[in-house]
Design a protein around this ligand. Structure first.
Ligand SMILES: Nc1ncnc2c1ncn2[C@@H]1O[C@H](COP(=O)(O)OP(=O)(O)OP(=O)(O)O)[C@@H](O)[C@H]1O
Length: 252
């Protein structure tokens, strides 16, 4: 996926301010940036939920605006920051909604759809909870259910907007390991927003730093994360050190 000179405004002021970059295929890319810098807005533009005022988002060299929503949803899936569904909706039903872009007129689930839904439940470790209602799940389990629905789309690119929000550290790591597995074992291109810089360093192949609707850096986490780039992004001085050759930010 490639982005060319993208601008977007909700009202008068541009929230996305001339952004160009490329998302590398089969890699994990993480977007970092202060609250309100435009990360979710950029995600909405990349996934066809918003339309740019200027510039293009290209998927396989085609402007996403010219790709039909159904075709787009067969290639790209997003798990939003906030997800809502009725509390009495069973997990399996939610996950099955991921197959909607593949249904032909009046068609019911095919064996292939069922197979993919089962795969999505299995890979997210939700098999045993598949008949439970969403309201009966923990925060981490519910997050996995939304990821499973996105996986049922069998996307080439999976967008995750703050997938670890509200989860305790165990569930955060569980979700990040699942994301890594989807990338390694299923060659899925992952683009996510995280707020934890250390998790971004550890789980990403590439980090994009955003500030006030612009990209201020992009590259390998070991190269781009430093005291200066953190200061630039968040306006705070934090120490950066090494532990077992791995870069860590002392975020206290
Ligand atoms: N629907 C909307 N209408 C008007 N302004 C909006 C809308 N959604 C977001 N904004 C504004 O656009 C700017 C960017 O918001 P966005 O949600 O993209 O930031 P973000 O980087 O994802 O923030 P956070 O880290 O807090 O989730 C903010 O100033 C926000 O107030």
């Amino acid at each position: 996926m490639r982005v060319n000179d993208l601008y977007f405004a909700y009202d008068k002021e541009d929230i996305i301010n001339g952004i160009s970059f490329e998302i590398k295929n089969k890699k994990i890319t993480t977007l970092l940036g202060a609250n309100g810098c435009g990360k979710s807005t950029l995600f909405q533009l990349l996934t066809k939920n918003l339309k740019a005022r200027h510039g293009q988002v290209l998927l396989e060299e085609k402007n996403v605006q010219d790709i039909k929503l159904k075709e787009f949803a067969q290639k790209v899936a997003i798990v939003h920051q906030y997800n809502t569904a009725p509390a009495d909706l069973p997990v399996k039903r939610l996950v099955s909604y991921g197959r909607i872009p593949f249904y032909k007129h009046f068609q019911t689930q095919t064996d292939k759809d069922k197979e993919i839904i089962n795969w999505a439940l299995e890979v997210t470790n939700l098999k045993e909870l598949s008949n439970r209602n969403l309201g009966q799940l923990s925060g981490g389990q519910r997050q996995r259910a939304w990821i499973a629905m996105a996986l049922a789309q069998k996307p080439q690119i999976l967008f995750l907007d703050e997938p670890t929000t509200y989860l305790d550290v165990k569930y955060q790591i569980e979700i990040l390991r699942l994301i890594k597995l989807l990338n390694k074992d299923y060659n899925m291109t992952i683009v996510m927003v995280l707020h934890d810089i250390n998790q971004a360093i550890h789980y990403s192949d590439e980090i994009i730093g955003m500030k006030k609707g612009k990209i201020i850096f992009q590259g390998n986490p070991q190269e781009v994360i430093c005291e200066n780039s953190i200061q630039d992004m968040y306006g705070i001085n934090l120490k950066v050190g090494y532990l077992e050759n791995q870069k860590y930010v002392l975020a206290v």
